[in-house]
Design a protein around this ligand. Structure first.
Ligand SMILES: C[S@@+](CC[C@H](N)C(=O)[O-])C[C@H]1O[C@@H](n2cnc3c(N)ncnc32)[C@H](O)[C@@H]1O
Length: 362
């Protein structure tokens, strides 16, 4: 059938078909660029490029890698507009503005995010099964790699912003921490937030809770390596968070929306806080209604992460399955239901993916 006939009989806009097909190819292309960024991050190639330009041979030698692989990966990164290439000397370079976003220890390094996509993609078959049969893929199925990947997602932000950017948004809390109070972090993962605060505020005592024993082991190893005496960690389901003696502050960094029983956990946090206590909840920046997320360029990624991880780990245990995109409106409603009526929402410095809910008790 010729194209003109197709158009005449179906009323399909041929040019629109072409544009849309290009969009789909471009989405698939971006997916592969993400994989190449993951490889370049894992192998140290991005850090090598950030340290200075070179030919593929020079870069491979500096990174201790095989030149042929380096050259092919660089082909993807050059054509994707990430790495610059000068054909005359066959030299590759990562301009400093891009190096800031793809290397180094700080909160602006986005390279570790590439690994999250690769990890979650490895579970497509299991999630597809849940589409057909219900249930979900449990947290344990994602470990031990999840523990490392999650640490990679949060460590740079915590190093760069926890003490100087995030805590100042919590009102009087830094002053109270300096004086000496008791603090918990629920769903603490590898415990970096607790260790950073324990080092900064030696008069306060800190405890981190997580259900994952491998994450708690990593947290304790850092406490020991840093010689901290005021940080402790416990493997615990935080629906059983101790309520006595009360805490002055409880933190939750991206650890509420994937809970099996998020309402139960919020109520337990409320019960565990003493008078004047504060709950600091960093969670995903989104709206609760789909229509309000249209136009948010990060929203497709958030719904994807939700389907492949945050929602499914909760549904796997018959949980609420709030998902990554539970959104600010539902979060505020659930906080209010748990007894947190006075909540201020802040943007998180250097982090377009999250907001900070600061809930003070009277
Ligand atoms: C998305 S990760 C965030 C980890 C850490 N807060 C960070 O920002 O790197 C959520 C964490 O919550 C933990 N978690 C989930 N449900 C839990 C529960 N009921 N009790 C304790 N920890 C839980 C998971 O094991 C995981 O480490």
């Amino acid at each position: 059938m010729d194209t003109a006939a197709t158009t005449a009989t179906t009323g399909i806009d041929e040019q629109e078909v072409g544009r849309f097909a290009q969009k789909i190819f471009s989405i698939y292309t971006d997916g592969f660029v993400g994989l190449m960024l993951d490889l370049a991050h894992r192998t140290g190639l991005l850090e090598t490029l950030a340290a200075g330009p070179g030919t593929s041979q020079e870069l491979a030698e500096r990174a201790g890698l095989v030149e042929r692989y380096v050259r092919e990966c660089l082909g993807a990164l050059v054509t994707a507009g990430i790495v610059d290439y000068a054909p005359a000397g066959r030299r590759y370079m990562l301009p400093p503005e891009r190096a800031v976003c793809l290397s180094g220890p700080g909160s602006l390094n986005l390279a570790p995010f590439a690994r999250a996509g690769t990890l979650l993609a490895g579970h497509l078959d299991a999630v597809a099964r849940a589409f057909r049969e219900g249930g979900g893929v449990p947290y344990d199925a994602f470990r031990p790699e999840f523990t490392t990947v999650m640490d990679g997602l949060s460590r740079g932000l915590l190093d760069g912003q926890l003490i100087d950017g995030i805590l100042p948004l919590t009102g009087e809390l830094p002053t109270r921490l300096a004086e000496g109070v008791r603090v918990a972090d629920i769903g603490c993962g590898t415990g970096h937030a607790i260790n950073l605060m324990a080092r900064e505020f030696p008069r306060s005592t800190f405890v981190g809770y997580d259900i994952a024993s491998d994450a708690i082991e990593a947290a304790r190893a850092e406490t020991t390596a840093w010689g901290l005496r005021n940080a402790a960690f416990e493997v615990l389901d935080v629906t059983r968070l101790p309520v006595e003696p009360p805490f002055a502050a409880v933190f939750a960094f991206d650890a509420i929306h994937d809970q099996v029983d998020p309402a139960g956990v919020l109520a337990r946090v409320r019960a565990a806080l003493g008078p004047g206590g504060v709950f600091v909840m960093m969670d995903v920046k989104a709206a609760s209604a789909l229509e309000d997320n249209v136009g948010n360029p990060l929203a497709p990624m958030l719904y994807g992460v939700s389907t492949l991880h945050c929602m499914t780990v909760s549904l796997a245990q018959g949980g609420a399955g709030l998902g990554t995109v539970w959104g600010e409106q539902l979060a505020l409603r659930m906080l209010a239901d748990a007894g947190f009526g006075d909540v201020v929402v802040h943007d998180v410095p250097d982090d377009p993916l999250d907001v900070l809910y600061v809930a003070h008790l009277g």
